[in-house]
Design a protein around this ligand. Structure first.
Ligand code: ATP
Ligand code: MG
Length: 285
């Protein structure tokens, strides 16, 4: 196996047959830091959740998954958090759909009244539900750089108008499906990011991961109050503890956060398990 890339939470290898192996680690990031304390089982939970969604979305578009078997030579402890996938030529756009306004979308709205060139109604606040889900694509920045918002015209200039329309259609449909199903289970999907690639046959294929708490904002529906930042379903205990006096961490210092106490790790793990179990209706093994 040839190591190709390590992102914040995943490692990517090339297999001898040319396929890719994606391995999810148990690491968690918060406030732009990858924390020293892993969340046990997070890699398996997010991998299993992605796989569940890939299956559910198969009528929207094909996905890159070939197998979840451990390839020869891979450590046994990777079991459950690997995917062998088709190597695709990635579309150079991060495809984001938003159903609620927050984060960088909110900042752009406050400055311009629109997001990625899509005008929005006045008076929206942090956490407001949008009248319709909107396609808010960004550039795919190199490591360390920030993804920049793109207008639809900019996407069209990059990939052609027909493909741009397909990207928009697919992204909004994936968001709608995810949001609708999660809503039945008390979880708001505020926004989600998908990555698409071209197969050698020229077909658009869903790649990377899909509708996980790492690629989407999940909010507990019963705590949704527009006008403030919403509790995040999975990382709230971590964030709250990090900025509490107890952690002794000064966010403005630029220094890495301290290790998490065991009870914060355990409560966070329980939240990931809960998200998985609520959404899929399965018991996490
Ligand atoms: P981070 O997510 O930590 O900000 P990242 O996106 O660079 O960083 P990963 O998500 O770990 O890191 O890396 C996955 C990489 O593999 C991404 O660059 C993604 O575009 C790419 N990728 C995902 N699926 C495929 C595929 N089927 N074929 C080719 N490349 C893929
Ligand atoms: Mg990524």
């Amino acid at each position: 196996m040839k190591h190709l890339h390590s992102g914040k939470v995943r490692d990517l290898y090339e297999l001898p047959g040319g396929e890719l192996l994606m391995v999810a680690r148990d690491t968690i990031s918060a406030y732009d830091f990858v924390l020293d304390s892993p969340i046990p089982d997070k890699g398996r939970i997010l991998t299993q959740l992605s796989l569940w969604w890939f299956e559910r979305l198969a009528d929207v578009l094909p996905n890159h998954v070939i197998s979840t078997d451990l390839p020869d030579g891979a450590p046994a402890e990777w079991r459950g958090r690997v995917m062998v996938v088709r190597r695709l030529e990635m579309v150079p756009v991060e495809c984001v759909a938003r159903g609620y306004l927050t984060g960088s979308g909110l900042k752009e709205y406050q400055r311009t009244g629109s997001v990625c060139g899509v005008p929005l109604p006045g008076g929206l606040v942090d956490g407001s539900k949008l009248p319709e889900p909107v396609f808010t694509p960004t550039t795919k920045a190199a490591v360390g750089d920030h993804d920049e918002p793109m207008t639809f015209a900019e996407v069209a200039a990059e990939v052609g108008a027909d493909v741009a329309r397909r990207l928009r259609e697919i992204t909004v449909e994936v968001y709608r499906r995810g949001a609708e199903l999660a809503a039945e289970r008390g979880i708001i999907v505020a926004d989600t990011k998908i990555e698409l690639g071209w197969s050698p046959e020229g077909e658009l294929v869903l790649a990377d991961e899909v509708l996980t708490p790492d690629s989407s904002r999940f909010w507990p529906a019963d705590q949704w109050r527009p006008g403030r930042s919403q509790p995040s379903f999975d990382k709230q205990f971590v964030r709250d503890w990090l900025v509490s006096p107890e952690s002794g961490w000064d966010r403005s210092s630029g220094q890495a956060p301290p290790p998490l106490p065991p009870q914060i790790i355990e409560r966070t793990r329980a939240k990931y398990v809960e998200a998985y179990e609520r959404i899929t209706g399965r018991t996490f093994q």
